[in-house]
Ligand binder design. Structure first.
Ligand SMILES: [Zn+2]
Length: 384
């Protein structure tokens, strides 16, 4: 079993992942979501509060900071500088400036702080790669890492994507850079939908009207993304904010001919239209799609004025119409209720490839998805 808890993390990602390893329960954390430097973000704090305060229950195999954007990195800063009682981790994955061939002297604010913390603290840093970058080499087999009880196959970043980030390393004085770019990707498309009803015809039109254009944001392209496989056959793709092209290329190295079976996919980049291509959908055989987003910054205004939000309607339309062709349709999992996620409640969507849309229980935020082999259900692992 792999349990994926998409904690409420506003416009970012914060995934608390657990799995069984014989009689033991193991865990990893992927990103910390947005937050402040000094205290844990509310979703992560509440999750630690629910976790028994003993060393075994708070030992992580791995903490991953997928990339330098605020909505992924900031919540990790307080975790590492003022950790909850008994927190420990056997490794931390983060590609800093030094892993791109530069020196860690000038960087985005969050990245600088994380580098300082990792350098000063003696915490394990990219131990899996002997301190080097967590990166997919240009040729040969994909790197495989084995935290206890799980097998991780690295899909992103490639060397070329890491180099690109070094060339476009954000200026720390630019306070507007990360968040907005992250929401919009390279272009702010008008998805023209507002609150109008959704029909199969409308979805098909949206796809035709808005041809796919790839994400060119170098920070997103540097995302650490991987496949997690459990001995019971459970398989989850953690897409971070990775570029679809990188994922497709890497999946092709693992599995020729497309349709790689994955029970659950954490959709890259909060469901941006620029990170969900038909090539990516074709590379996977997947019916469960997890979106970590509250709609993105300014989503209510954006939606009202007909501009794109997270997830982007074009991305969801591609997923639905793709899974509809293959049957029996797609299940969408959301960790927040917001106007941009709740529009997929519309029952007419069952005609266009939607099997189910799953939301947090009434009065709560965040969602837990249990993957057992090819079965994917809502649920909770039994308490420790
Ligand atoms: Zn993001």
């Amino acid at each position: 079993v792999i349990s994926v808890e998409a904690l409420p993390a506003e416009h970012g990602d914060c995934l608390w992942v657990e799995w069984d390893d014989g009689p033991y329960r193991r865990r990893m954390l992927i990103d910390g979501g947005p937050g402040t430097r000094n205290s844990l973000p509310p979703g992560l704090k509440a999750r630690f509060d629910r976790q028994p305060a003993d060393p075994a229950a708070r030992e992580f195999e791995l903490v991953v900071c997928t990339h330098i954007d605020d909505d992924h990195i900031t919540g990790l800063l307080p975790l590492l500088s003022a950790p909850p009682e008994h927190f420990s981790t056997r490794d931390i994955w983060f590609n800093g400036h030094r892993h791109m061939g530069g020196r860690d002297t000038l960087g985005a604010r969050g990245a600088n702080l994380l580098v300082d913390r990792l350098t000063d603290s003696g915490l394990p840093w990219n131990r899996a790669a002997e301190g080097g970058p967590i990166v997919v080499p240009d040729d040969g087999p994909l790197p495989v890492f084995t935290p206890r009880g799980l097998r991780l196959t690295l899909l992103s970043p490639t060397r070329a994507r890491l180099d690109k980030l070094l060339k476009h390393w954000p200026d720390p004085r630019d306070t507007t850079a990360d968040g907005d770019q992250d929401l919009l990707g390279p272009t702010a498309d008008d998805d023209g939908t507002g609150h109008t009803g959704l029909t199969p015809e409308r979805l098909a039109e949206i796809i035709t009207d808005r041809p796919y254009r790839p994400d060119r944001n170098p920070a997103n392209g540097s995302s650490i993304a991987f496949l997690a496989e459990h001995p019971d056959g459970s398989r989850v793709l953690f897409g971070a904010d990775a570029h679809a092209e990188t994922l497709v290329e890497s999946l092709g190295r693992r599995w020729h001919g497309g349709g790689f079976p994955v029970a659950l996919c954490k959709v890259p980049h909060h469901g941006s239209a620029h990170n969900v291509s038909s090539a990516l959908l074709g590379a996977l055989d997947c019916r469960h799609w997890l979106f970590s987003t509250n709609g993105g910054r300014g989503h209510e205004t954006r939606l009202r004025s007909g501009r794109s939000t997270h997830p982007d309607l074009a991305a969801v339309a591609r997923i639905l119409l793709h899974d509809r062709q293959r049957g029996p349709g797609a299940t969408l999992w959301f960790n927040h209720r917001s106007p941009s996620t709740e529009r997929y409640r519309d029952p007419s969507l069952h005609r266009c490839g939607l099997r189910a849309a799953e939301y947090p229980q009434e009065g709560t935020e965040g969602i837990t998805v249990l993957v057992r082999g090819t079965t994917v259900v809502r649920g909770q692992l039994p308490p420790l």
